[in-house]
Design a binder for this molecule. Structure first.
Ligand code: IPE
Ligand code: IPE
Ligand code: MG
Length: 251
C-alpha cells in the first residue's frame, strides 16, 4: 500500500520546503565524483515536484545552492551552475505542461550571467501558470536575506518613508525574498543530517521538521507521501494548549 492512500487531502500543507542534501555522499558510495550525485539529483527533483503538484500543494521550495556553497571547489560550483542552466532549460516544457510557475529566492545577482538569463526566461515564461509554484533557493541563506531586509528597512527609516515604530513581523516579512510566499508548514531534510544550514530561519518558526536518512538522489514521490503522512499525525499547537473535549460529568 502506498503512503499516498493515507494522506488526508483536506489537510495538505500549502507549502513544503526541502533541503536536498546528500548528493556527494550518494556519488561517493558509487565510487563516482560528487558532480555525478548532483546530476542524479535532478530525477528526484522531477519526481518530487510532479507528485507535489498532483496532490495540490501550492508551493514547493527547494534549497538548491546556499550562500556558503560558493566556498566549494570551483569545479563543483561550475558544474552545479551548468546543471542548473541545462535543467531549467530542459524542464521549462514540463513546467508549462503541468501548469507550474517557477520562482526564485536568494542573491540571484551573484549567479553567473547564463544562469540569470535562463532563470529570468523561465520565470517569465511560466509566470501565468496557476497550479503550483516551484521556488528555487539559489545563492540563498537566511542570514543574507534577513540582513538584506534590515538594510532596506533602515534605508526607508533614514529617508523618512517609515518610522522605527512601524517595524513589526509583517513589515519584516514584506522585506524578505519570500514576501509573496506563505510560510512552509513542513520542512524536509534528506541525508540524515539534523540541521537547518541557514535555510528559511524566519519562515520556519512554526514549521514541522521531518528528517530522513535517504540521500537526495534516492528521494522519490513515495518519500514525499511518507513525510506528509507523518506531518498529518502531528498536533500543531503554536504555543497554545491542546483543545480537550469536556468530559461528561458523572453524577
Ligand atoms: C546537496 O548535496 C546539494 C548541494 C548542497 C548543492 P551535497 O553536495 O551537500 O552532498 P553531501 O551532503 O556532501 O553528501
Ligand atoms: C545545505 O546543504 C544546502 C543545500 C542543500 C543547497 P549543505 O550540504 O551545504 O549543508 P551542510 O554543510 O551539511 O550544513
Ligand atoms: Mg551536504
Amino acid at each position: 500500500m502506498s503512503f499516498k492512500d493515507k494522506i488526508n487531502l483536506q489537510q495538505l500543507p500549502k507549502h513544503i520546503a526541502i533541503i536536498m542534501d546528500g548528493n556527494g555522499r550518494w556519488a561517493k558510495q558509487k565510487g563516482k565524483l560528487r558532480t555525478f550525485g548532483h546530476q542524479n539529483g535532478v530525477a528526484a527533483v522531477r519526481d518530487t515536484v510532479e507528485a507535489a503538484a498532483e496532490l495540490g500543494i501550492n508551493f514547493i521550495t527547494l534549497y538548491a545552492f546556499s550562500t556558503e556553497n560558493w566556498n566549494r571547489p570551483a569545479f563543483e560550483v561550475n558544474a552545479l551552475m551548468e546543471l542548473l542552466v541545462s535543467t531549467i532549460h530542459k524542464e521549462t516544457k514540463t513546467l508549462m505542461d503541468n501548469d507550474i510557475k517557477l520562482l526564485s529566492i536568494g542573491d540571484i545577482e551573484s549567479l553567473p550571467k547564463s544562469c540569470k538569463k535562463q532563470l529570468a526566461e523561465t520565470i517569465e515564461k511560466t509566470s501565468g501558470n496557476k497550479r503550483m509554484a516551484l521556488v528555487l533557493a539559489l545563492s540563498y541563506s537566511s542570514r543574507w536575506e534577513i540582513v538584506n531586509a534590515v538594510k532596506q528597512i533602515a534605508q526607508k527609516v533614514q529617508e523618512g518613508k517609515l518610522k522605527s515604530t512601524d517595524v513589526d513581523d509583517k513589515l519584516i516579512e514584506q522585506h524578505l525574498t519570500t514576501s509573496q510566499i506563505t510560510d512552509p508548514e513542513l520542512l524536509i531534510r534528506t541525508s540524515g543530517e539534523y540541521r537547518i544550514s541557514n535555510f528559511l530561519l524566519w519562515q520556519i518558526a512554526y514549521s514541522e521538521l521531518y528528517f530522513t536518512d535517504k540521500l537526495w538522489p534516492d528521494f522519490r514521490r513515495e518519500d514525499l507521501y511518507q513525510a506528509i503522512v507523518d506531518f498529518q499525525k502531528r498536533e500543531r499547537r503554536f504555543g497554545g494548549v491542546t483543545s480537550v473535549k469536556p468530559q461528561k460529568q458523572h453524577a
